[in-house]
Design a protein around this ligand. Sequence first.
Ligand SMILES: Cc1ncc(COP(=O)(O)O)c(C=O)c1O
Length: 377
Amino acid sequence: MIIPNQRHLFSIPESHAYLNTAYMSPLMQSVVAAMESGIAEKVAPWDYKAHQFFDDVSTARGLAADVFGTTPENIAIVPSASYGLQTAANALPLKTGQNILVLQDQFPSHIYPWQVRAADVGAHVRILPTPEDDDWTRVVLETMDADTAIVAVPQTHWSTGATIDLIKIRAALEKVGGALVLDLTQSLGAQPFDASDVRPDFAVAATYKWLLGPYSCGFLYVDPKWHSARPLEENWINRAGSEDFGGLTNYREDYQPGAVRFDMGEKSNPAQMRGASAALRQILEWRVENIAETLQEKTDIIATELAPLGLQAAKIRAPHYLGLRRTGGLPKGLLERLAERNIYVSARGPALRVTPHLYTSETDMARLIEALKGELS
Ligand SMILES: Cc1ncc(COP(=O)(O)O)c(C=O)c1O
């Protein structure tokens, strides 16, 4: 189902054509109100009760679980994608001589932890080269071998918008006994994903892009087989019995159940948790399939209009995401000149990223297309 334009829920000036969700989504008014209600709790801490350290977190965890396609016990609260990916890198077994597969030009937070971990044990990070036909699935499947311990990939490439068939990769990994670690920051909330089908070992998404939530917030899916792994921090609130503030110095070895042990310290920030929850609620109400279908329609129009200018979308691409490449590259100062006209897109690696959302109007799209025609034809 195509969702009608939702710009009225945001606070975007009419003069602004914002097609840069991959950089950072604007906050909805409902999210701002939820965050303000959270800030108000800290204005009056005398009314803030111990159970509130747990309530907002538990609501957010439940809503995030619905978006991931799992149950709340598999979700941890994290401050960033990096935190979740480092948690995975520390937890997964890796031996000398084994390999970790990553994609060329992948986001650095999904490269560095693997390089450091591989160096620690004498394993190798194999950076797979970008295929001409954008078929990353084939490249991963062809490269995977009996020594592949981990495939560490996104669902959608943050530069080109190329997308990967995670179910096929999971099935192949099953045969070699490897683990799957996903960075869903550029896809969850806008591209269908179901943890119960894909069965990743770990999957993380920061909330400030396609989950339409606040900065410094994210969610980490942890498969039950890793629930007893070591968390990044040993914080007080993740240990069993932490609800009893008076008994915190009865130090305990056991943790809260499920993935809670991987939660970050100071997770109980009511502004963050309520803001994230308000955004997740709205996404669940729209439904991710409908968001994807609506954004596919928008990105198809833009891609078709821009193709004659030599701007090429990935051949196998996500519905919500255009990373347009051009022989000879992009003219110098292009983004700045567009921004002077209040048209906002970004460039990463070789690609011009055009990433609309439900707030993007037909006028916004027409302005971008016209401006690029002026620049490139
Ligand atoms: C693919 C991808 N992952 C993660 C992030 C953000 O990482 P972090 O939450 O660690 O700052 C970005 C930000 O641009 C991204 O594009």
